[in-house]
Design a protein around this ligand. Structure first.
Ligand code: 13P
Length: 249
């Protein structure tokens, strides 16, 4: 299965900075040794940056996506962004249920599932995030915890989905899970997806996220059930992105 290198800029980069970044990426990728790799490259940007990215990455083969999407189709929901709006600006993906949204915006599994279903209804592929905190990991309960979160976050959601396993203790901390830790959860997630979706589960990409960098991405993505990465900090500099792209060749 093709790897997905999904970049999560979080709340970084103005539209002008996004434009400069896209132009720099294009010029670096144009160099022969840094062409797009075997992985699909996708940028999950602040919604306000997507128009600029859509324009400046036109015909580049780089996909774009939102970092969140409304659980509602349209209407009186001040401040929200609908799946149709993301789709119209050229987005392919929408991240839902990122641990930062779960923590700072009190999002629960049912709300995440509603967003994922709405993303699909609007023609987007949701990237559904799950993963345990440090307390759960220290109790050794990461597998049942994450699978319960997965089931709840996929209630009523179809198989056209990407899963991102992001252990909260590894996000932005420099503490990367080992490739074996990532594979333990990815394999458990795959088995759970089989019970939910049957054979379609074998074509669902499962990403790992948490302190992924150019020097660790290849070993993590070499694991049989890991099909790419969701990258925060190392997604901000073009040089790191080109490094990760090259590492997945
Ligand atoms: P870092 O790569 O900065 O650890 O962030 C991971 C993440 O949260 C991606 O969604």
């Amino acid at each position: 299965m093709k790897n997905l290198l999904a970049l999560n800029w979080k709340m970084n980069k103005t539209p002008s900075e996004a434009q400069a970044w896209a132009e720099e990426l294009q010029s670096k990728l144009a160099l022969s040794e840094s062409k797009l790799g075997d992985a699909e490259l996708a940028i999950m940007a602040p919604a306000i940056d997507l128009q600029a990215l859509s324009w400046f990455l036109k015909d580049s083969g780089v996909a774009i996506g939102g970092q969140d999407v409304s659980a509602h189709e349209s209407g009186a929901y001040t401040g929200e962004i609908s799946a149709a709006m993301l789709k119209d600006v050229g987005a392919k993906y929408a991240v839902v249920g990122h641990s930062e949204r779960r923590e700072y915006h009190n999002e629960d599994d049912a709300g995440v599932a509603a967003k994922a279903a709405q993303a699909q209804a609007g023609g987007l592929v949701p990237i559904v995030c799950v993963g345990e905190g440090l307390d759960v990991r220290e109790r050794g309960e990461q597998v049942p915890y994450t699978l319960a979160q997965l089931r709840g976050s996929l209630a009523g959601v179809g198989a056209d989905v990407v899963i991102a396993y992001e252990p909260v203790w590894a996000i932005g901390t420099g503490k990367t899970a080992t490739a074996e830790d990532a594979e333990e959860l990815a394999a458990a997630i795959r088995a759970e997806l089989r019970t939910l979706y049957g054979e379609s589960a074998d074509s669902i990409q499962i990403l790992y996220g948490g302190s992924v960098k150019p020097d660790n991405i290849a070993s993590i993505c070499a694991k049989p059930n890991v099909n790419g990465a969701l990258v925060g900090g190392a997604s901000l500099k073009v040089a790191d992105v080109v490094g990760m792209n090259d590492a997945l060749k």
